[in-house]
Design a protein around this ligand. Structure first.
Ligand code: DX5
Ligand code: ZN
Length: 228
């Protein structure tokens, strides 16, 4: 599908936390399409990051130089889901995604996110099957495939994610819905084209972008790889 619009979503998990607003502005100036916001609770995953107050503080920075809003893509790695999902919707998230195993009532959590006017996503770990989509795909705006186990940046891409992405691409196309297929973990300039060929359209990258000083150069390199 050559008409697919690709999105690059830098994860601020690998940004300099002492200068987060500036980092968000700089990575947008470098060409970021979305800002990916990794929320970890030291319960669902063994790490702890940031909450809705930081999302709210960063929201005004999620704009291009000429003022166009840049979507804030919140990836919840928290259990339970619902209270924080609502708090992030109120804090300005444009997308809120969660792991289905972290919610007792997955469909209700999706409804609750959408009732706030926010786009909803489900996230699949490397070991998680896609069955829950049988009864939820029509209500989703995004499906996120983890290509590492959640909790940390800088891990290596797990190749079985490619097969999962291929299956998902077929399911999304068959659904006829406008659902983004996002991939998260270990994405770099040298594997992004393979991930796109498998069917992904939205690419999270943390360490690959924030680990370099020239964000524009990394993002341009990813776009060139996608175009090639
Ligand atoms: C991991 C997070 C990722 C992380 C990716 O749990 O969901 O978004 O920031 O980092 P890299 O791109 O370094 O693998
Ligand atoms: Zn993430």
């Amino acid at each position: 599908m050559s008409s697919r619009t690709y999105r690059i979503a830098p994860s601020i998990l690998s940004a300099d936390f002492a200068r987060l607003g500036e980092e968000v502005r700089d990575v947008i100036a470098g060409g970021a399409d979305w800002i990916h916001f990794d929320v970890m609770d030291n319960h669902y995953v063994p790490n702890l990051t940031f909450g809705p107050m930081i999302c709210q503080a960063l929201k005004p920075h999620a704009r291009t130089a000429d003022g166009a809003p840049v979507p804030v893509d919140v990836h919840l790695m928290v259990e339970p889901v619902d209270a924080l999902a609502a708090a992030f919707a109120d804090a300005g998230a444009d997308y809120v995604s969660f792991h289905p195993e972290a919610s007792r009532h997955v469909h209700r959590s999706i409804q609750a996110i959408r009732s706030k006017g926010v786009k909803a996503g489900l996230v699949f770990n490397p070991g998680t099957p896609l069955d829950v989509l049988d009864w939820t795909i029509d209500d989703l705006d995004l499906v996120l495939v983890m290509s590492v186990n959640p909790g940390f940046g800088g891990q290596s891409f797990i190749d079985s994610a490619l097969r999962k992405i291929e299956q998902l691409r077929a399911r999304i196309d068959a659904s006829g819905k406008d659902i983004r297929l996002e991939v998260d973990g270990g994405i770099k300039g040298d594997n992004i084209a393979r991930v796109a060929a498998a069917g992904a359209d939205t690419f999270v990258a943390g360490s690959a972008i924030f680990g370099k000083s020239d964000y524009r150069a990394v993002i341009d390199g990813m776009r060139a790889a996608l175009a090639g």
